[in-house]
Design a protein around this ligand. Structure first.
Ligand code: PMP
Length: 441
């Protein structure tokens, strides 16, 4: 039973586990955004496999696509050999891309995980430019492999290993709520952009010419921090002017989550390289990069990975991409996100612990701060991780799964599936509001 499963996993599994430490439920069934636990209780899932489940659990179009591959007896694994499923997936993916990549982009299938695609993007840029350092941002999260760790900000417990950070150069990400230079519309992003420009042009900056800049449009693990659109336009301009390939990591922000199909489209920028995983495989592991053809400088056979030919994931992914596009689910995510942000901002007036409510589309966060604390000169208040944890537990006991993230694990993160109904949205808001009110009391 449930207790036995939990205690066996407690004794056998690594102490590096994350979710299992605090989400003490054993899921046995799932449909849409509802998970049923072994104890028969149901939960609304606002974690969605860390943003993987754009269409929720067991969506009929995904199940049908997987079933078709099995019924047809198609090969489940094809390395990088052409298959009808791969062709269909690529067509569906390219139909969603910005114009320049749609017309002249190349795709590399990478391996099962987002971090594999990040590594491929770094290798691609380094091969094409012959340069080594990569410009990355504070608070970034790009994965668990060595190259990805070297450009991540070391968010929460996912600590970078000693020694790997040398190849990544961190620049300040425009974190509006915790800007040390004071508040004001556009202030953080203007300052951050000016800093980046100054740093790159300083002859004594200590930087060898960079191979790439990599960024998330909305930092996810870093605490749901949307980059202002003006800042992203500035980064696009700065990198274009200096011939630095711009890599946008859309692993978490992609497939409609932030209210446009890709988050970079929302900002009106066209990256040189897009990194994609999570939702593109329709819940099955799949990761790719798409990049401008002028970067395609690597030799034939230069990049590989055993799991880059997973037919089931390509079929599930093609079905997901099509469904999100045809059903306009990015617009739906934008609409639901606005509703949730509006309601949570209204609640901020009554709940002193809600320091900041932010997000884009259905990638949402509430930064939990010490109730009653005064704002500092920058307008931000001290993070309250213990209270955030109580809120998460309160959500769980009310049948709502949320996650924590950010600098002090004090940001309550919501990543509901794009298929969330109006009624489910109301229930999420009710349960979250109640959990916040009770925890703060
Ligand atoms: N990039 C971003 C922006 C992510 O959010 C994540 C995972 N949370 C990754 C990369 C790494 O993906 P994976 O865990 O599949 O390796």
């Amino acid at each position: 039973d449930r207790e036995q499963v939990i205690s066996r996993q407690d004794t056998r599994e690594s102490s590096a586990r994350t979710y299992a430490r605090t989400l003490t439920m054993v899921p046995v069934k799932a449909r849409g955004m509802t998970i049923t636990g072994a104890d028969g209780r149901t939960y609304l899932d606002c974690l969605s496999g860390a943003g993987t489940l754009a269409l929720g659990h067991n969506h009929p179009v995904v199940v049908e696509a997987v079933r078709r591959v099995i019924d047809d007896g198609a090969p489940w694994h094809s390395l990088d050999i052409a298959t009808p499923q791969k062709d269909e997936f690529t067509d569906e993916l390219f139909a969603t891309l910005p114009r320049s990549l749609q017309e002249k982009g190349r795709i590399q299938f990478c391996g099962p995980a987002g971090t594999d695609a990040v590594e491929a993007a770094l290798k691609l840029a380094r091969t094409a430019t012959g340069r080594q350092p990569v410009l990355a941002f504070t608070g970034a999260y790009h994965g668990m492999t060595a190259g990805a760790l070297a450009i991540s900000g070391g968010v929460s417990a996912k600590t970078p290993m000693a020694g790997v950070a040398a190849e990544g150069v961190r620049l300040p990400f425009p974190y509006e709520y915790r800007c040390p230079f004071g508040v004001g519309e556009g202030r953080t992003d203007a300052l951050s952009a000016a800093y980046v420009e100054r740093f790159l042009d300083d002859p004594n900056g200590g930087l060898v010419e960079p191979a790439a800049m990599i960024m998330e449009v909305v930092q996810g693990e870093g605490g749901v921090i949307p980059a202002p659109h003006a800042w992203m336009l500035a980064m696009r301009q700065i990198t274009a002017d200096r011939d630095i390939p711009l890599i946008v990591d859309e692993v978490q922000t992609g497939v409609g989550r932030t209210g446009t199909f890709w988050a970079s489209q929302g900002a009106g920028i066209e990256p040189d390289v897009m990194v994609m995983s999570k939702a593109i495989g329709g819940t099955l592991p799949l990761a790719v990069i798409v990049y401008a053809d002028h970067l395609d400088a690597w030799a034939p056979g230069a990049h590989a990975g055993t799991f880059r030919g997973t037919t089931l994931a390509m079929a599930a992914g093609a079905a997901t991409l099509r469904h999100v596009r045809v059903e306009g689910l990015a617009d739906r995510a934008a609409e639901l996100g606005e509703r949730i942000v509006g309601r949570l901002r209204a609640l901020q007036a009554q709940q002193s612990c809600m320091g900041d409510v932010r997000g884009r589309g259905l990638m949402l966060g509430v930064e939990i701060v010490e109730p009653g604390s005064a704002p500092d000169a920058a307008g931000s208040r001290p993070a309250a991780p213990a209270l955030a944890l109580r809120i998460r537990q309160g959500c769980l006991s009310r049948g709502l799964i949320v996650e924590l993230g950010g600098r002090h694990d004090a940001v309550v993160r919501l990543l509901p599936p794009l298929v969330m109904t109006d009624e489910e949205c109301e229930t999420v808001l009710e349960r979250l509001s109640e959990a916040i009110a009770v925890a703060e009391r």
